[in-house]
Design a protein around this ligand. Structure first.
Ligand code: AMP
Ligand code: ZN
Ligand code: FE
Ligand code: FE
Length: 288
């Protein structure tokens, strides 16, 4: 099969603006052959997306994106969980609780800084159970405190900024292990956000590969061509699959379109075929 795919998208189950059905219809309208739904710390959007995909004849890959403990930020993507998500639900509930602890701290700090913003307003912005910083940023923007969601992160919400609070996270190795235990294939999301030199990333990939990492998101919306080239070389060196996606969030990241990102992405169906090949091999390993 041929066609263009996107292996990194978000729905209203976390901090995307489109509900799962609408996301799949949007992907279909844009002519994509397949998308993975990779919401933050939840699988709540997957069923609806799979059903809509069946209806419209576009392939939907069940996925997930977990934030793990690493400075400034590390996210691990997981693909093709077993149907029941049995082995990962407990972990996801724990991660959800850690957000629930963090959000009031962020709001409290923003209030101290003089912003009139409440947890209820932020919750109203979130359509699902995952309430995160993009929802807070959206309220700050709608109230005119900042001009964009990006500005809210840059001034207040990012790691190291005044209203940043850490949430309890899994270690990278634990995140990878939990994804594998649930039948999923783990891939390192947007390596560009790790802010590492190439040799540091090289070391890190060695460590994560030991823990079971299978892929690295070499094609990503914020990469330059050179960065993508570097990530592809490291993927080859560590025998990791080079995956890719736009990190589509709808109106929460208005300059990013599904599939093409900012016009700089083109991920071929072949990547998904290779991902399925890894899943097949993993399934065989776990049966022996
Ligand atoms: P949280 O899940 O609450 O930790 O928030 C993570 C979300 O914030 C992810 O969707 C990120 O893509 C988004 N995010 C992180 N940094 C930025 C930034 N500088 N600008 C816009 N969105 C960001
Ligand atoms: Zn997000
Ligand atoms: Fe991410
Ligand atoms: Fe994402």
């Amino acid at each position: 099969m041929d066609g263009i795919i996107d292996l990194h998208t978000h729905t209203t189950a976390s901090d995307g603006s489109m509900n799962p059905g609408a996301l799949v219809r949007h992907a279909r309208a844009k002519g994509l052959a397949a998308i993975a739904v990779t919401d933050h710390d939840t699988v709540d959007g997957i069923e609806e997306a799979l059903e809509e995909g069946e209806k419209l004849g576009i392939e939907v890959v069940p996925g997930l994106e977990i934030s793990v403990d690493y400075k400034p930020e590390m996210h691990i993507l997981g693909y093709f969980f077993n149907n029941t998500y049995k082995n990962i639900r407990g972990t996801l509930n724990r991660l959800k609780r850690s957000r629930e602890v963090r959000n009031p701290k962020i709001i409290g700090k923003l209030n101290e800084l003089g912003f009139c913003i409440s947890l209820d307003e932020v919750k109203a912005e979130a359509k699902g159970e995952i309430v995160g910083r993009p929802h807070i940023a959206k309220v700050l923007m709608d109230k005119g405190y900042v001009k964009s969601i990006e500005e809210a992160f840059d001034k207040y919400l990012s790691s190291g900024k005044p209203a940043y609070f850490k949430k309890e996270k899994l270690t990278p190795e634990e995140g990878i292990r939990k994804i594998i235990e649930a039948g999923g294939i783990p891939a390192l999301a947007h390596p560009i956000y790790l802010n590492l030199s190439l040799s540091q990333l090289d070391d890190l990939l060695g460590r994560l590969k030991q823990a079971g990492l299978k892929g690295i998101e070499a094609y990503y919306v914020d990469n330059t061509k050179d960065e993508t080239g570097n990530f592809l070389r490291l993927a080859m060196k560590h025998e990791l699959l080079a995956t890719g996606g736009s990190d589509f969030h709808g109106s929460f990241k208005p300059d990013i379109e599904i599939g093409v990102g900012r016009g700089n992405l083109q991920i071929h169906y072949e990547v998904l075929e290779k991902l399925k090949g890894i899943g097949f091999a993993l399934g065989r390993e776990s049966r022996t």
